[in-house]
Write a protein that binds this ligand. Sequence first.
Ligand code: HEC
Length: 108
Amino acid sequence: MNWKMFLIVTLVLSAFTVTSAIAIEGGNARKGKHLFKKNCKVCHDAGGEGGELTPMSKTMSQWDRYFKKKAKKHPGDVMTKTKKKDLKDINQFLFNSAADSPSPATCG
Ligand code: HEC
């Protein structure tokens, strides 16, 4: 192929790569698990002030709804102080292991 064709193919391919990178949304559940233990378990362990909370405490849609809407009303400043990206990872971890998920977990 000539260089013009090459240029077009390259442009099309890179455009595709960019859009597919955007299409991958959601957080990193592995990081989220760590972040949940670090940021949430302090209050959400058995006997903690927030009551015990594990991924199985809610369903997938309940977790998503919680992080989308109700997290703003969470007591204290953990939801405003924690980075958005970290909250997304935590949301992903809780979602992936929710009560009605394929692999429910009580946080290891
Ligand atoms: C400083 C202590 C504290 C920390 C840290 C904390 N929470 Fe909470 N959380 C609470 C308290 C207190 C409540 C209110 C409990 C109640 O209403 O019975 C609560 C309530 C909640 C609820 C609602 C519980 C329900 O039954 O619907 C969710 C979900 C929740 N927290 C998630 C989180 C997540 C996720 C994190 C980490 C990003 C976190 N919390 C960090 C104290 C904390």
